[in-house]
Design a protein around this ligand. Structure first.
Ligand SMILES: Cc1cc2nc3c(=O)[nH]c(=O)nc-3n(C[C@H](O)[C@H](O)[C@H](O)COP(=O)(O)OP(=O)(O)OC[C@H]3O[C@@H](n4cnc5c(N)ncnc54)[C@H](O)[C@@H]3O)c2cc1C
Length: 331
């Protein structure tokens, strides 16, 4: 079995699955290997590149369950708890079926519920942080349970405290989301508004919105079951106003969006303008429909992914003076 969407065969000293709290607790409190050798929690493997044999334990959570925790009648909101091992898109579909709204724009993102706060997944104007209420975890070193409030998660762009200060220290067991009983379609993204309009729909239902999001997504991104990838391989870089003005003067058609701390540049545009779109190195390629995505052309190794990523990064730096940061995690 290959447990990563890039389709890279990989091995580890140990691969353990856990589906009950007691099992996890037992492991954290009594398994010495877990505390003396490297340890990594793997979700759906949709943002991971395995570059070599993993010299430790890979833990995969298979806990399941989605339930309504609380109705908040005054605000028309609900608190819904989902287990970390749930598939993200199944969770989105479950919410839609139950009339709990807010997840629609995040439809069809590969991966698990457990990874959603770690990564602060986002798409088409919505991020996990917009709907997360709290995150329930186990501390790796003690087995103690701890609930993080939304603020304590310190969410950033594809980022959270679980990737930074507390990296590797907590296992997400479940996530509680604050969703709404009322549905207001979020059509801020032009591609989504255009797709809705062109299908003749005036006001989409939640299911129509999620289906449109999925079809817009798969028109530009490779489906993991067909072509191996980790989705967006690089983060969109944020630059300050001075650097933005300088680049804009030189490249007037450069794609950029105002961000809290400057301007977010479209990494895909930068890569495309170094000439890498559709090109390859070894068995790893830059996707022909979206230069932000690196793809497995068949039999690609983790090292080949790194080689291509390094070559692209070097050329973007040479042309634009910008260092691309990887969104995908190299193990
Ligand atoms: C085709 C494609 C399209 C994509 N599109 C998007 C997109 O639009 N938006 C977006 O944000 N992402 C996107 N991604 C990236 C990916 O879907 C997300 O990063 C997703 O959250 C990864 O989930 P996963 O379960 O596969 O996590 P993994 O890739 O297995 O792990 C990611 C990180 O989360 C940690 N982790 C996972 N589960 C737990 C847990 N229970 N407790 C603690 N840590 C945990 C891992 O240790 C690792 O650090 C895309 C990927 C692909 C392949």
């Amino acid at each position: 079995m290959i447990y990563n969407t890039f389709g890279i065969p990989a091995t580890a000293d140990r691969y353990i699955t856990v589906s009950a709290k007691d099992e996890l607790l037992d492991l954290l409190q009594h398994d010495t290997l877990l505390h003396t050798k490297p340890f990594f929690v793997l979700g759906g493997g949709s943002n991971i590149i395995f570059a070599r044999h993993y010299p430790g334990t890979i833990l995969h959570l298979e806990n399941k369950g989605i339930h309504l925790v609380q109705e908040l009648p005054q605000s028309q909101e609900v608190l819904v708890e989902a287990s970390a091992g749930e598939n993200w898109d199944s969770f989105v579909q479950h919410c839609i079926a139950n009339g709990w709204h807010g997840t629609e724009n995040l439809a069809a993102i590969p991966g698990t519920v457990g990874a959603s706060p770690v990564q602060n997944v986002g798409a088409y104007g919505v991020e996990a942080k917009d709907i997360i209420h709290s995150v329930h975890t186990f501390e790796v070193s003690t087995g103690n349970e701890r609930t993080f409030s939304r603020d304590e998660c310190r969410f950033g762009y594809r980022d959270s405290i679980f990737k930074k200060e507390l990296k590797g220290q907590y296992i997400v067991w479940s996530v509680t989301f604050r969703l709404s009983r009322t549905f207001t379609p979020d059509l801020r993204y032009k591609a989504i508004a255009d797709a809705i309009a062109s299908s003749g729909i005036e006001t989409p239902t939640p299911q129509q919105l999620a289906d449109t999001i999925a079809s817009v997504r798969w028109a530009k991104l490779p489906r993991p079951e067909e072509t191996g990838s980790a989705g967006s391989f690089f983060k969109n870089p944020v630059v300050d106003a001075t650097q933005y003005e300088r680049l804009k003067a030189e490249y007037p058609d450069m794609v950029a969006y105002p961000a809290a701390d400057g301007y977010k540049l479209a990494a895909g545009w930068l890569i495309e303008h170094t000439g890498w779109k559709g090109r390859s190195l070894g068995r790893c390629g830059v996707y022909s429909k979206q230069a932000l995505v690196l793809v497995n052309l068949g039999g690609c190794t983790g090292q080949e992914v790194i080689n291509l990523a390094d070559a692209v990064t070097a050329d973007v730096y040479k042309k634009f003076g910008i260092t691309l940061e990887k969104e995908a995690i190299i193990l």
